[in-house]
Ligand binder design. Structure first.
Ligand code: HEM
Length: 420
């Protein structure tokens, strides 16, 4: 296990001896809320179309080794640890309270008495994983970077902080208990020590979308229902069309995977709280109560952008968020949103550092994300209340096959097709 560092050395016995056969149930089955476990393996990684959980810990890493074998060893170790933690088991076979007394425990312990809590761990590769800043290919992956995995362009109004952007590897850990999500990222960081270092991370609470029709629509920090028109897992044709990379899309190793876009969007909460209700609803294009479009009906009624009120003015403002983000304004493009509220304390000026950690999965970021973000940044009435402070894009490979053997020197791992 050279390459997974000191902590990895302590775990070597665990990974070498701890071969595990992955569970075989479909990843779509699992708890929308509560204690249960989602299957780690399946055609697609869990944590995308699986029901959104309550809490998030998202982290990105920069790989510090130059050695391809060490990167593969890390991915293998991460895969085994993730498969265990998602089932409510310690990251390593010994757990936090046993194993060699003179070695660091192979699990940190804070999730010891907690159930799986619907934990999903979803892995992605960023553009910088494939290509160094000077353009040199990394890890022998020449020609393997998908054309669509390009750094996002600068958008109008971006106020990005370098320390909240990018990363060679990204992991989205979601759970119904925040301690379980944090435990997952902490243990992956411990395992990566010496091979990859954490670049930045973000905690989130309170989901801002639903990914199944059975989940109620939650609210964001503007107090509006968020996720009403999201793609749900039940819309299998829409999921295939808008979320999963298909054969012929450009990078065969990514077939069955997706692209993840993350944006840390700070909301100027105090200014919003002084805006009249009429203005708030005009900006969103929906009512604050039921979430119905301002053209009438109920939450799930399709907005009618032609409907006009007295004097002929459109009931839904052409510059409202819902109008500009709607598929009819974006050539039919949709995305699977999976974001969270965040509050990182206050900023020293008495203002909350709070907002929405936007996460979206798309099949093609160039057509599904970039034009929409450009249109929103230029025209969305909501932009006045938003500051994009963090950003990143990652290619999220397909899932590890059901029944695959994990661990050891030959075990299956997430992203294996990339290194084939
Ligand atoms: C803090 C920032 C944001 C807030 C508060 C916000 C809020 C909302 C709300 C309240 C809705 C209406 C309910 C719904 O269908 O979910 C909505 C819809 C939507 N938003 Fe956002 N949003 C934000 C950022 C973004 C960004 C950055 C994008 C993409 C670039 C985006 C894309 C969408 C899409 C695609 C819809 C569904 C439109 C439809 O099909 O009707 N949003 N958002």
């Amino acid at each position: 296990m050279a390459g997974v560092g000191l902590a990895g050395a302590g775990l070597a016995g665990g990974f070498a001896a701890g071969n595990a056969t992955a569970r075989t149930s479909a990843p779509s089955a699992g708890p929308a809320e509560g204690d249960g476990a989602f299957a780690f393996t399946g055609e697609h990684q869990a944590g995308i179309t699986t029901p959104v959980q309550d809490s998030l810990h998202f982290a990105t890493w920069d790989v510090t080794t130059q050695d391809r074998d060490e990167v593969v060893a890390l991915l293998r170790a991460w895969t085994l640890a993730a498969s265990r933690m998602t089932q409510g088991l310690p990251a390593g076979e010994f757990g936090p309270m046993s194993g060699p007394y003179d070695a660091p425990p192979d699990d940190t312990g804070e999730a010891e008495d907690l159930p799986a809590s619907g934990l999903t761990i979803t892995f992605g590769f960023g553009p910088s994983f494939f290509t160094a800043a000077d353009g040199t290919p990394r890890f022998g992956l020449d020609g393997r970077r998908p054309d669509l995995l390009a750094d996002l362009p600068h958008f109008p109004g971006d106020m990005l902080e370098d320390a909240r952007c990018g990363g060679d590897l990204a992991v989205q850990a979601c759970a119904n208990d925040p301690q379980v999500a944090v435990h997952a990222i902490r243990n992956l960081a411990r395992i990566a020590f010496g091979t990859a270092s954490v670049r930045w991370s973000q905690l989130g609470y309170g989901r801002t979308s639903s990914t199944t029709t059975t989940q109620p629509t939650p609210r964001n920090l503007f107090g509006f229902k968020d996720g009403t028109a999201n793609i749900t897992s039940e819309e299998s044709a829409a999921v295939d069309e808008h979320v999963w990379v298909a054969p012929g899309d450009g990078a065969d190793w990514l077939t069955g995977g997706s692209y993840l876009v993350a944006r840390r969007i700070r909301m100027t909460i105090e200014t919003w709280d002084r805006a009249p209700l009429r203005e708030q609803e005009t900006i969103v294009g929906r009512t604050k109560g039921s979430g119905a479009p301002l053209s009438g009906g109920e939450e799930r009624t399709e907005p009618d952008f032609e409907a006009a009120g007295r004097g002929g003015a459109p009931l839904i403002d052409p510059a409202s968020h819902v109008r500009l983000a709607h598929p009819t304004s974006n050539g039919g493009a949709r995305m699977l949103r999976r974001g969270y509220n965040y509050t990182d304390g206050s900023d020293g000026l008495g203002r909350l550092d709070a907002g929405l950690f936007f996460l979206a999965y798309v099949r093609d970021p160039a057509t599904q994300y970039v034009p929409m973000q450009n249109a929103l940044a230029k025209h969305d009435l909501m932009s006045e209340y938003l500051r994009h402070t963090g950003s990143g894009i990652w290619a999220v490979p397909r899932g590890v096959a059901e029944g695959a053997t994990l661990g050891g020197d030959q075990g299956a791992f997430v992203g294996q097709e990339l290194f084939a």
